[in-house]
Design a protein around this ligand. Sequence first.
Ligand code: T4K
Length: 380
Amino acid sequence: MTSAGPKGFDAPRYVSQPMLPDLDDYVDDLRSMWESRTLTNLGPFHRRFEAALQERIGMGHVSVWSNGTNALLGALMALDLRGEVVVTPFTFPATVHAIAALGLEPVFADVDPVTMTISPASVADRVTERTSAIVATHIYGTPCDVDALDAIAREHDLRIVYDGAHSFGRARPVFPDGDAVLGDVTMLSFHATKLFHSVEGGALIARDPEVDRRLRRSRNFGIASEDEVEGVGLNGKMSELHAAMGLRVLEMLDGEILQRRRLGEVYERRLSGIEGLRIVAGLGPSAQYLVLRVDRDGAVDRDAVHAALRERNVVSRRYFHPLCSVIAPYDRLPSARDLPNAERAADECLALPFHGGLTTDDVERICDAIAWRMEGGTRG
Ligand code: T4K
């Protein structure tokens, strides 16, 4: 069957769009920076932002960073790792780059076929005497099997770092209760494309106060005091301009989550029941991404849906394709083969527009296009 299909949008509908505070409020913040001339190096906005996040997160020890990637680098540095680090291939490249950039060796483990988070059984299979840590991503905000990973880490004396770039937005950054949830350190990203943002930004949550102290040191060139540089460090500090934005956007977060819930209901009503696809993120506790999985063995695949949306000015994104194990820096690693669940996830997932700038009518029209394409429409 072919038909012209549903009409497209005149202006693009992006996968994400940042919240913006009232410009006059932000100008007030800028005015106060102009008066104090304090622009960075852990100034008053930075301190207030860190305190506000600590209060909202309500667990561990929170430090604010310049972005999620620097935060991850700082965490791996501060934990003083050696040798091999077991990591998920189904993640944004930053997760694996942080390991490789420090001269550590990434070793890929497969993911769980349903949650798409790293599979504890596969991790256990990859651990050797050279392994020093596990880096696991709470993909789309879906928590990893933290208890099973904790048990493996205890058995082999490994550190755990969670890439929680997608995990912030609820009262707690990740959802299960218990000691294992933070690992040794959990990273959050506050990039402009995230549910919550400070333009660029990130945070680390340390379980242990001594680890938190080392993280703060690594954020500031390893400097411990005016007379002492304690270890290797980087510049991971957040500027005052970013911290002020983060503080303002934090006030808007709950409203944004509510609007995303409304949009999620429309996606759920319109897309459930269509053969060959299901929504795998965005309807549960995390409102970070609204993600479809399109069965690659079905009549219509993910890339066909992606293309049909693009033709209509709808910018969906294939998060996370290509898989990190097939990109040039890592595709020759021995562990880069035989990752069937991760390969399927990278072939099937599609993040759809999901942000407070959309109306429910926009989502109805996006769903019209998806339904039309899944039912065999091919032109238009
Ligand atoms: N670990 C994981 C699991 C991650 O997902 C990420 C980042 C990291 C680590 C690293 O954290 P950071 O160092 O970034 O804090 C985006 C983001 O750049 C990246 O932060 C994010 N993950 C990744 C999943 O997505 P792109 O290449 O998709 O961004 P872009 O520019 O195509 O933006 C997507 C859409 O958002 C655009 O179509 C339009 C809209 N947009 C974007 C920007 C930047 C706006 O409306 N305004 C904007 O300012 O990577």
